[in-house]
Design a protein around this ligand. Structure first.
Ligand code: BES
Ligand code: ZN
Length: 619
């Protein structure tokens, strides 16, 4: 054997041992490191959940058993996440087994360590929720639309599911589930699963979700609700007094689903329904699969705020099919979803409406950049949230900078190529999870290199601020609004006539763009002509009330209206915007007075945000 042959064999040997190493660490790394979960899925992970629970409105406790089919990688323990749960007993393959709860962390809760054998196939945890459980809001009849029966809903995203189900609460771990839920006889239960369309006589409901989903998408609502179909695969759930209004408002849902499918491929979840909740629901919408949860503040009577439905529908691809692997990759969920939302709105309602929505997003981005001036790291798309609660740290950068990035990219490569790319991206990665790095790699290989295009992707994703090559967004409608506003500022007169065809988006743009020199007297002139204080559109109300606080305007009983708004509505974005304005304008005493009244109506997500903002300590 000559030297070169020996060298060759040696090289081959080294290479193959390297490969082996790589393979081993790859299989160990099936799951990436996740800073917001105690689970160590590379040891053992859950695959299927069977939930048997009872919802008791008298004690305000959910109790029962969560049974999991598991995959064990030779480990002697499996770790679940739990927070504020009372764990009663745990079994492994039907026999009692040892378990222990780890040290409590304010953000993450506690690890639930469960002893298993190498061959263990199933574990079961019997538990009760407690009064501290964060995901669940129990509403009394007065807090509902019909005011007759109590109501309950859960909110899982980002890391709250662990407070009502012991679970591996990481977006990387996807499971199928089924559930048996016992509720009081006159109420209906619905979940992010195949749902009933009528009430059962015994209050017992069975659910199945056959596609695998991350824990944050498991959701439950219980109330005196009814169903009304829009098409054979879309429809709405709401309380009786709201049902027809909701049905009218969302009557374009089937059009939206068709438009979405035409863009990026078949809807994968069979049914797309929306449940309209009582006004304390802390978000505009939540994309629970098969059943989006939505705030009633979008029921404006004129379909003007239904881009929310397009948004949650878009998550059926970006988020629910292809899921951010960790909360640091949150922009992959929301940035793609805003982009897709705009495309659906453009397809269904035309370019003019699309342009207005895009420009509102662009202005939201400017506002957020201003807010985050002192923390430039928070303006990166890829975040580093270790040690932070994702629910406090996720801002609108993921949405609006994410959108601007994708729109800029679209303009660079052309719509046709871009659409084909996204469609394939969803198909190739359906029912799996995505990290930012994996996405960049996929983008480089399948869009940029292929078409010989250079693009500053890394700058967009890993650097703060907005790169210089950003797409420029304009709207003729908004230009007209700006000129009408300028006219008013220079003449002091406003002719209502010119606004008779204005959409709520134009009103929002008008109000949001008051100059810094605007005075309370000028607002009074406008209010006399336009009565904006008594608008019935929640979005216009929010921006007008914010301006009232900024300009120290007190006409038309606006302070009373602001108080009413804040005590009825729990949508965090609205509530936070207004309490921030109180604070900025040195009206903390007024803020605390209103908050004292409003706080009992809010879900824990909103409570936490406003407690922190106002430095409020519960008595
Ligand atoms: N998935 C989000 C809501 C969310 C985000 C809950 C992060 C918890 C943590 C939902 O899709 C969303 O973005 N809702 C928006 C509405 C949308 C039209 C921008 C909202 O609630 O305002
Ligand atoms: Zn979203």
């Amino acid at each position: 054997m000559n030297i070169s042959k020996i060298l060759l064999i040696l090289t081959l040997l080294i290479m193959s041992s390297c490969n082996q190493d790589k393979k081993e660490s790859n299989s160990q790394d099936k799951f990436a490191e996740e800073p917001h979960s105690f689970a160590q899925p590379n040891k053992a992970y859950i695959k299927h959940l069977k939930l048997d629970i009872k919802v008791d409105f008298d004690t305000q406790i959910i109790s029962g058993t969560a049974t999991y089919d598991i995959e064990n990688n030779d480990s002697d323990e499996i770790i679940l996440d739990s927070k504020y749960l009372d764990i009663v007993s745990v079994t492994a393959d039907g026999k009692d087994t040892e378990f222990s709860l780890g040290k409590f962390d304010q953000q993450l809760g506690q690890a639930l360590n469960i002893k298993i054998q190498k061959g263990t196939k199933q574990i079961a945890v019997t538990y009760n929720t407690t009064k501290d459980t964060e995901a669940v809001q129990w509403l009394n009849p007065q807090q509902t639309a019909d005011k007759k029966y109590p109501f309950l809903f859960t909110q899982g995203q980002a890391i709250l599911t662990r407070s009502w189900i012991p679970i591996q609460d990481s977006p990387q771990i996807k499971i199928t589930y089924e559930a048996n839920v016992q509720v009081p006889k006159h109420l209906m239960a619905v979940m992010s699963a195949e749902n009933p369309k009528t009430k059962t006589t015994d209050g017992l409901y069975h659910f199945a979700m056959k596609q695998s989903i991350p824990a944050y998408l498991i959701a439950l609502a219980v109330g005196d609700i009814e169903y009304k179909a829009i098409s054979n695969r879309t429809g709405v759930y709401a309380e009786k007094s709201m049902l027809d209004k909701v049905h009218n408002e969302f009557s374009d849902m089937e059009k939206m689903v068709s438009a979405a499918e035409k863009l990026y491929g078949p809807y994968a979840w069979e049914q797309f329904d929306v449940l309209v909740l009582p006004p304390s629901f802390p978000f505009g919408g939540m994309e629970n699969p098969r059943l989006t949860f939505a705030t009633p503040t979008v029921i404006a009577g004129d379909k003007s705020l239904t881009s929310l439905v397009a948004h949650e529908l878009a998550h059926s691809w970006s988020g629910n099919l292809v899921t951010n692997a960790t909360w640091n990759d949150f922009w992959l969920n929301e940035g793609f979803t805003v982009y897709f939302e705009m495309r659906i709105m453009e397809a269904v309602y035309g370019k003019e409406r699309g342009d207005m929505l895009a420009l509102i997003s662009r202005q939201d981005l400017n506002d957020e950049l201003e807010n985050l001036e002192d923390t430039p790291d928070a303006t990166k798309l890829k975040l580093d949230l270790k040690g932070h609660n994702p629910d406090d740290s996720m801002n609108s950068i993921a949405y609006d900078k994410g959108y601007l990035f994708l729109r800029t990219l679209e303009e660079k490569v052309g719509r046709e190529k871009f659409d084909a790319f996204i469609k394939t991206y969803f198909k190739v990665h359906e029912f799996s999870t995505m990290t930012t790095e994996k996405f960049v790699d996929y983008l480089n290989k399948n869009l940029l290199e292929k078409n010989n295009i250079t693009f500053n992707t890394d700058e967009w994703i890993y650097k703060s601020g907005i790169p210089a090559n950003q797409a420029i967004i304009t709207s003729d409608k908004f230009k007209n609004v700006e000129s009408k506003l300028a006219q008013f500022i220079s003449t002091g007169n406003f002719d209502k006539e010119v606004t008779k065809d204005w959409t709520p988006q134009e009103w929002v743009h008008f109000v949001r763009n008051f100059p810094k020199t605007m005075t309370a007297d000028q607002m009074l002139v406008l209010d006399k002509e336009l009565n904006l204080t008594n608008s019935t559109n929640s979005y216009i109300q929010m921006v007008w009330y914010e301006q009232a606080l900024n300009q120290n305007y007190h006409g038309n009983n606006v302070d009373k209206k602001i108080e009413e708004f804040l005590t009825q509505v729990g949508r965090r974005w609205y509530v936070e915007t207004l309490f921030k304005a109180f604070k900025r304008n040195n009206r903390m005493d007024d803020a605390l007075k209103v908050y004292e009244k409003a706080r009992p109506n809010y879900h824990s997500v909103t409570v936490k945000t406003i407690d922190d903002l106002l430095g409020y300590k519960a008595k």
